[in-house]
Design a protein around this ligand. Sequence first.
Ligand code: TXE
Length: 496
Amino acid sequence: MSSLQHHSNWVNGAHQPPAEGRIHVINPATESPLFTIDSTPSSTVSTIIQSSLSNFSSGIWSSSSASDRYLVLSKAATLLRSRLPHYIRLETSQTGRPIREMTAQLSRIPEWLEYFASLARTHEGRVTPFKGPVVNTLTRSPLGVVVQITPWNHPLLIAIKKIAAALAAGNSVIVKPSESAPLSVLEMGKLFQEAGLPDGTLQIVCGYGRETGKFLCESPLVAKIDLTGGLQTYAAIAPNASKNLIPITAELGGKAPVCIFPSVPVEKAVKAALFASFIASGQTCVTGSRLLVHSDIYDEFVSLMVERTKALRVGDPMDERTQIGAVISRASVERCASFVMKAVIENGNVLCGGGPTRVDGKGFFFQPTLIETSAESNLSCNEVFGPVIAIIRCKSEDEIIQIANSTSFALGASVWSNDFSQAHRVAEKIDAGIVWINGHHLNDPSSPWGGFKESGMGKENGIEAFESYTKVKSTIINYGQEPTWFDDEVENARYG
Ligand code: TXE
């Protein structure tokens, strides 16, 4: 019998008796087990979906007033803010990301709850133009039971983004957090209950993606799926969603270009690239994984970039001074190593890093790595999801734009230029859901977030996310007195 603490699913307002199957969650920086969670079987998944359906049909949340939803979400924000120190440490231990990053990230998460609370309270319907003596009112109502499948790289941020939007719109929500970093999300069940959310409105169900996640996504009773994960996961769930005629929001991978122009001082460009590329050890969907550097600044840039990358402090994520933490798993270390190997075979020039490393003899760490390569190489075209970054020399603005748009992804991109016209010109031509000018990773609850092409579809954040959790109804009111068809008088007048 394991001595690890077990955390069971949160269903109908309480932790359930533990499932038979358990998943061990480990700290990627130490490789030590942290706790266990349920591996939820298919029969339990169906019961949970049925409970969520009863919750939705009861109207206890789905028919609640906008002001009630506002109050619950606002209270959840206040509770979360008061418990941040706990969640910062928990996220750090689950993900292996540096505590300084988790502190910055988590301090902003309550804003998502506040934003969607306000949106619930202020979002208005419309009256559309309509021919004749007719008024058409558009009203929105919640979809039903929605399933949210969330990843491990920003466990709480991504879950709260999705939960807040769905609850604000009045849905009953089932979240399946990543089996690699589930606990911060699992603890949200109790927090929302304390905030006044009716029991059964938010269910948190743990398990492997290919089992529990799959069962949830296959159910014909589910009204929407919101996934942040890999393209393969999208491909696995899409056929059933299509068969069940339900929408999917999919936030998938990326290969974000960082476009660096000569008008930016080299020092600033290097700081920009370090930030874009190495936050979360490169494990974000918008990691600046391709540095497209104009040849006029290239040599100077590369020399300083290599110097600064070598100086990054890889270390214990709990240490405030650490800049680069672990990657999520041994498989991730191996994936990074295989990208380096292929890059070398393709004549890439490894400028620094290039291999796994350990901290105090433990953990899944990979050295921050820069590889000079071509735009067509394996490294330049495929997502690593780790700290292995391609640097590409570009001879002109046109070439930077062409390379920026040359992968199958289209999620994030940044343009660094002090030439105002150039910055706008380039941003306009880049095909991506999010383009930053002189910034990277900037995020706000009001700013739609999501990509095109193989990066996915639909948006998190903003009015778009809220509306995607609703269905629109036209109520067409005829206030004229005239009958229209099958009335002799009218037909004679019209055709007689
Ligand atoms: O993601 P998975 P992984 C991308 C990134 C990364 C790749 C794989 O390219 O290299 O995905 O990462 C659940 N039915 N991103 O393996 O497996 C799973 O349990 C239902 C980008 O970690 O997609 C977890 O909860 N659910 C991304 C969630 O999907 C399934 C963040 C994500 O895991 C499932 C993470 C199935 N068949 C990865 N299979 C971003 N956009 O930030 C898995 N899951």
